[in-house]
Design a protein around this ligand. Structure first.
Ligand SMILES: O=P(O)(O)OC[C@H]1O[C@](O)(COP(=O)(O)O)[C@@H](O)[C@@H]1O
Length: 337
């Protein structure tokens, strides 16, 4: 089976609004009921609000630490908390998500929409170390159809279904422009936010990652902690004069590599023997998107393809190697040479 991405459905002209795009693609699925479409709209709405909050953070006293730690033991930034509130509120008011699992919350957040068909796992604001220094940050989300009975609160099982059971996934990048990128399993599309009109417009109708590239993205400060095959791979990259590019915001590094080709690596380290990134709301959604764009996402030798992993707990971590197919392939080959 070729790993090149499937043709997405009817190509739509650049400049189509997100609203119109969602309506047109929905009409291609005879059994579509519009609930997933509404959920995507709710996420886009929260993204617009968070984009505004980020843009004026320095003026609105929402910069800096919040003074509390999240379940991961990380210092929460005020904007982490703001983004978390905004997304949970939008998903609650939208009525389609019966529950949310967030990086900023210990357990399941029940929205009260017990008839809701979907659950959402979300990293409301990715790139915490860059929030207050005006460097690109993002939101990452993953959507599942619930397995628990309608009319009852969601359960753990709804969130621990595994990467392949994702119905849709994507991210919002708050960078020089704000972009929404997502897949529903029919290719990857990107929308750019025009804040003066309050609209996302289709700017990337069919996102395909180049088969290879000359960029590697990792925190080389962890070099001495890296497994030998990773150090060997990075040495080989440097010998062929690849460029090191590391923003320190997963969404920003990932998005760049998706457009121009490259590989992002967050290997296991002594501090994080299972890697740093969270499986449910960082690695699964980005693995779904990259595979739909023709790339690859692996947890490393002996751990396998990220999409095949079955989670056992909510804030579980995993190593992540993702990007252009042949670069990830080469990295995995290092272990056996
Ligand atoms: O500082 P490090 O160890 O390089 O880690 C940076 C990585 O951790 C993250 O910040 C983790 O995400 P959060 O900011 O959501 O906790 C990624 O965005 C980034 O790629």
């Amino acid at each position: 089976m070729s790993h090149r991405p499937l043709e997405d459905t009817i190509a739509q002209p650049v400049g189509t609004t997100l609203e119109r795009y969602i309506m047109r693609t929905q009409s291609e699925f005879p059994y579509a009921t519009g609930e997933l479409s509404q959920l995507l709209r709710d996420i886009a709405l929260a993204g617009k609000i968070v984009s505004r909050e980020i843009n004026r953070a320095g003026l609105a006293e929402v910069a800096g630490a919040f003074g509390q730690q999240n379940v991961q033991g990380e210092q929460q930034q005020k904007l982490d908390v703001v983004a978390n509130i905004r997304f949970i509120r939008a998903l609650t008011n939208g009525g389609q998500a019966c529950a949310v699992l967030s990086e900023e919350e210990d357990g399941i957040v029940h929205t009260g929409n017990v008839q809701g068909k979907y659950v959402v796992a979300i990293d409301p604001l990715d790139g915490s170390s860059n929030i207050d220094v005006n460097v690109s940050i993002g939101t990452i989300f993953s959507i599942y159809r619930r397995v628990s009975p309608y009319g009852a609160p969601a359960t753990e099982a709804d969130f621990l279904q595994g990467g392949r059971r994702q119905i849709a996934a994507g991210y919002i990048l708050y960078g020089s422009s704000t972009m929404l990128v997502y897949t529903t399993g029919h290719g990857v599309v990107g929308f750019t936010y025009e804040s003066s009109l309050g609209e996302f417009f289709l700017s990337h109708p069919r996102m395909i990652i180049p088969e290879t590239g000359s960029i590697f993205s990792c925190n080389e400060g962890n070099w001495h902690d890296y497994p030998e095959y990773v150090r060997d791979y990075l040495t080989r990259c440097k010998e062929r004069r690849c460029s090191g590019r590391y923003v320190g915001s997963l969404v920003a590094d990932y998005h760049r590599n998706l457009l121009v080709g490259g590989i992002y690596l967050y290997p296991p380290t002594q501090k994080n023997p299972d890697g740093k990134l969270r499986l449910l709301y960082e690695s699964f959604p980005l693995a779904f998107v990259i595979e739909q764009a023709g790339g690859r996402a692996e947890a490393g030798p002996g751990r396998g393809r990220v999409m095949d992993l079955i989670p056992t707990h909510f804030h579980q971590r995993t190593p992540l190697f993702t990007g252009s197919y042949s670069l990830v392939d080469e990295l995995l080959g290092m272990e056996t040479t």
